[in-house]
Design a protein around this ligand. Structure first.
Ligand SMILES: Cc1cc2nc3c(=O)[nH]c(=O)nc-3n(C[C@H](O)[C@H](O)[C@H](O)COP(=O)(O)O)c2cc1C
Length: 314
């Protein structure tokens, strides 16, 4: 008798009118896959679970001065500054291409004010090719003295409510590790209407050029990503899972199928592959293949067997 096939599928907002079905739990991380168009020329993007767009703002942005990235042992510090074409060009020129793909595309949005998040959500609602929103709350809030929305539960909740008021799309909210305790933020986001939570964005970091006696990046600080942050992300996922019943999409140093398994065991339902794609553009597909092989070897029939299995049950 043939073995029952492995079920890799995942549903976000299950049972609601916003239900979003992913055929597998391997996605790409925002800002590391551009808007996917270049990759689609070389790879079969439809075989991934989901694509996440570049961070998109209301108006086009040219980004920060260069250099914008610096390599560190096992990691990358970036300060791109949200270079992007802006939401109007995204809708006019990019979304029609996405509409021809089978893979769902989540648009990662970033506002400078709460109202801007709402306007972005309204613009993207009902656009063919846009399957869901990923709301990046790691943005300094100009209305509240520069604190990031994602660093304060009340501010994060305000953003989630505003996005929900303007859009019926499935809403994923992406949190920052730049907090003392991630749990109150995750609880606030869960209670105000998110459908899933991405854990996590980059870790605040600094690189110094000793010879020049100054910071390498013109913005001084940047965000650290890659294998260096995987243990931090695993802990963040573990903690987040104790504060929400929503699916957690894990990001932070995922570069192999085994990394994906570890994140599932910590409580994630899916993983996003980011910096690994800079080293090897095929990384998301490698992660998917290795995850599938691992499950077959271990006799896993349904990924839900793994989700949170390493968590303490006392
Ligand atoms: C060059 C670069 C650009 C990024 N741009 C965004 C972005 O626009 N929006 C966002 O939410 N996260 C952005 N991120 C964060 C990633 O999506 C991801 O959360 C983080 O890099 C951790 O995953 P990784 O270690 O697999 O890269 C960016 C990361 C990098 C390295």
């Amino acid at each position: 008798m043939p073995a029952p096939s492995l079920d890799l599928g995942l549903t976000i907002a299950a049972g609601s009118k916003r239900e979003l079905r992913l055929r597998n739990p391997v996605m790409v991380a925002s800002g590391t896959f551009s808007n996917g168009l270049e990759f689609a020329r070389r790879f079969d993007v439809d075989t991934l679970g989901a694509i996440v767009s570049k961070g998109t703002t209301l108006r086009p942005r040219r980004g920060n001065r260069t250099p914008r990235t610096v390599e560190t042992p096992s990691g990358l510090i970036n300060s791109i500054g949200f270079q992007n074409v802006g939401v109007s060009a995204l809708i006019a020129e990019v979304a029609p291409v996405w509409a021809r793909w089978r893979v769902p595309v989540l648009v990662n949005i970033m506002g400078e004010t709460v109202a801007e998040y709402g306007r972005l959500a309204a613009r993207l609602d009902d656009v063919d090719g846009v399957a869901a929103l990923e709301v990046n709350v790691s943005c300094p809030n100009v209305e509240a003295g520069g604190m990031e929305y994602g660093q304060d539960p009340a501010l994060a909740a305000q953003v989630v409510r505003e996005v929900r008021r303007h859009s019926d799309l499935p809403m994923v909210v992406k949190v920052t590790p730049a907090v003392t305790d991630i749990r109150p933020i995750v609880t606030a986001i869960t209670d105000t209407g998110a459908d899933a939570i991405t854990v996590m964005n980059t870790v605040p970091a600094l690189a110094i050029d000793a010879r020049a006696r100054r910071p390498v990046l013109p913005t001084v600080f940047g965000g650290l990503s890659g294998p260096a942050i995987k243990p931090i992300a695993l802990r963040a996922v573990y903690l987040a899972a104790s504060a929400t019943h929503l699916p957690i999409l894990a990001a932070g140093g995922v570069s192999s199928g085994l990394d994906a398994v570890e994140f599932l065991l910590a409580g994630a339902s899916a993983v996003q592959v980011g910096t690994a794609t800079f080293r090897d553009p095929a990384a998301p597909w490698t992660v998917l293949r290795e995850l599938t092989e691992w499950c077959e070897r271990e006799g896993v029939r349904d990924l839900r067997e793994l989700v949170g299995a390493a968590r303490r049950r006392d």
